[in-house]
Design a binder for this molecule. Structure first.
Ligand SMILES: NC(=O)c1ccc[n+]([C@@H]2O[C@H](COP(=O)([O-])OP(=O)(O)OC[C@H]3O[C@@H](n4cnc5c(N)ncnc54)[C@H](OP(=O)(O)O)[C@@H]3O)[C@@H](O)[C@H]2O)c1
Length: 263
């Protein structure tokens, strides 16, 4: 499928995987709606894409976890910018590494409201138009954490298990329509993800990837582009993508480790 004249809405476009998706989809000729909370970052990205690929894009600086903010902001867009062909539900985050009983109520809310409810809000906003126009594609960012829990990650895992259920359920709800649904489940990707997890502590974030080669945001954007460019009768339902150095959520091979990092 050709992405020229297609409109792609990317949540979490201000960093990491979302930024990389913006770059690759712009390079492929798509127009973009760029969504995240940090407006300045989105404006810099918009300018970069204009200069590199002459991309037409629109910045929607909003918080997907606040339905009362993002819904009216989306509905106020000119109709042309609401006619989303591909929705990349990528905005998401993890907070902390506490055991389940010690995670603050505020962090629980942030993860559930962003990763589950925010994704659902964007799906609700985009699918009716896709159905009317008779084409569309939803690409949800899950995680290896949506396939297995791990210590210190139980609430994040629960949100990503939910994303998996929402992707599977959406595909079933849309059966008989031309709308496609893809779930991409990455292992470790070096982005701002761990910096956010550790409240801005860059040193702690770096340690997560010590002695191993993580995935890059581009690797995941490439997978999203692959799914989006298959012929219309092909639905890539799930992509589970791990670094070669990772076998499970907490099984990582680290160079120089006495145990080979099998912990
Ligand atoms: N990195 C990994 O190892 C990994 C592995 C598996 C899955 N994932 C998933 O991949 C997705 C992207 O993560 P990433 O690795 O690219 O992390 P990242 O670099 O931290 O990017 C996260 C993006 O989400 C946006 N975001 C967060 N909360 C938001 C909100 N309430 N409203 C709007 N945008 C919001 C952030 O923008 P603002 O702060 O500007 O709002 C940012 O653009 C997430 O769903 C994550 O769970 C990541």
């Amino acid at each position: 499928m050709n992405l020229k004249n297609k409109l792609v809405l990317i949540t979490g476009a201000s960093s990491g995987i979302g930024d990389a998706c913006a770059e690759l989809f712009a390079q492929a000729g798509a127009s973009l709606v760029l969504v995240a909370r940090r407006r300045k970052r989105l404006e810099v990205l918009q300018q970069r894409l204009k200069e590199r690929h002459n991309t037409e894009s629109l910045v929607l600086a909003s918080d997907v976890s606040r339905v009362g903010a993002v819904e009216p902001a989306f509905q106020a867009l000119p109709p042309k910018w609401q006619a989303v062909d591909i929705l990349i539900n990528n905005a998401g985050l993890v907070k902390g590494m506490e055991p389940e009983w010690a995670i603050s109520a505020a962090d629980v809310d942030t993860m559930i409201d962003t990763n589950i409810k925010g994704l659902l809000t964007m799906t609700r906003l985009c699918i009716p138009g896709m159905l009317e126009r008779g084409h569309g594609h939803v690409i949800n960012l899950g995680s290896v954490a949506g396939r297995e829990a791990y210590p210190g990650g139980s609430v994040y895992s629960a949100t990503k298990f939910a994303v998996r259920a929402l992707s599977r359920g959406l595909k079933m709800d849309l059966l008989g329509t031309p709308i496609r649904v893809t779930s991409i489940d990455p292992g470790m990707v070096e982005t701002e993800f761990s910096v956010v997890r550790f409240g801005g502590d860059q040193t702690k974030a770096k340690e997560v990837y010590a002695g191993m080669t993580p995935l890059a945001a581009d690797d995941i954007a490439d997978a999203a582009l692959y799914a989006a460019t298959r012929p219309p009768h092909v639905n890539i339902s799930e992509l589970f993508i791990m670094p070669t150095d990772q076998a499970a959520a907490r099984m990582v091979h680290r160079k120089g480790s006495a145990t080979g990092g099998r912990k």
